[in-house]
Design a protein. Structure first.
Length: 65
């Protein structure tokens, strides 16, 4: 879990867009994610996305029926 803030609160409150703070990623032990988060070198590895996309899809599919 990463204790960060998000800009989503503005889209949710001002635009009425439902926003949920859930991004499943599996990071390698040597990943320097916290150093790059919201930095000039911000990125997520393809392996992390390959893990997270099916997880997120499954959550949405179960939640939305």
């Amino acid at each position: 879990m990463a204790p960060f803030a998000t800009d989503a609160k503005y889209s949710g409150l001002k635009l009425g867009v439902p926003t949920y703070g859930f991004s499943p990623l599996r990071l390698a032990a040597d990943e320097r994610f916290l150093e790059r988060f919201h930095g000039v070198d911000e990125r997520v590895s393809l392996d992390a996305l390959r893990f997270g996309l099916p997880v997120l899809y499954d959550v949405v599919r179960r939640y939305c029926g």
